[in-house]
Design a protein around this ligand. Sequence first.
Ligand SMILES: [Fe+2]
Length: 311
Amino acid sequence: MNGTVPPPFDPRCFHRRIEVYALPPAAAEVIRLTQSSEVDADDVAAAVEKDPGLALRLVQMSNCSLFARLEQICSVGEAVRFLGFRAVRLAAVSLLLKALRDDDNGDPRQEAYWRHALTVSVAARHLSRAKRVWHPDEAFLAALLMDIAVPVILKMDLPCYERMLGPDRGHPDPLEEGDCLGAHHGDLAADCLEKWGIPDHVVAAVRGHHFPETVVTPPEARPFAVLLEMAHGLADCLCRGEEGVSDMAARVGRFWCGELGFLPEELGPFLDHLTEEVAAASAVFELDVDVSPDWAALAAHDFPPPSVAST
Ligand SMILES: [Fe+2]
């Protein structure tokens, strides 16, 4: 032992750091308005127009190839009406993510984080759509935000965290994280989202995304937390190759058959679609995520059925 004591993790220091990336006032206003049932598209458009970057992003989103449309959209009002409030809220929050992304200085651990975050988010949206558990756009947003503490903690240069993440994992084990920091990223992210006025069911699902069995209120948040945990599993599966696929098949049998009605035999085709969607989303969200061709091969991998699921 050399007697060097690693710097302890201070949650106040974390919150000060993440506030540096705080949402621009116009984006915060848009998030608040899009949660209200008493505002219309014109109110939201007026708030969007206060932030030229957000306004441009919405018009670009509404004209992008994912949202097929014959006529060009040129005004913010039209874009808000066309995309809907949920997509507008997503675009507002994505400003925060873009600020974090722009500040990663090409760090390979941060690159791994973004690759993982985008894959998890696309998996959450895809699962929501397939199982009709949650609105797909909101699931995507929640998944993008649930690990948001990770890149901020990485910037705090804590040796134990470095070891935990390694060069290419992109995501910590929450139990190891609890031992190392005394807190895990789900709680830290949820505390921030609560402060930013994100709805309670999203906050609760984010808080419990690694421990969905602990989510009690609001009651609708529990299946969302299960879905986020499964999306995490799917992303790990793609990152860890063959080993990940067989682990995932076992977990589907053990945990998710009953909760989400997801069957082990659905896993291969699901991963195949997920690969395509990650590629499309990486272009739209300008995250420059490398989609490895190996994923497609793994998605088609013929894994054995999980023994625990058999009766
Ligand atoms: Fe996580």
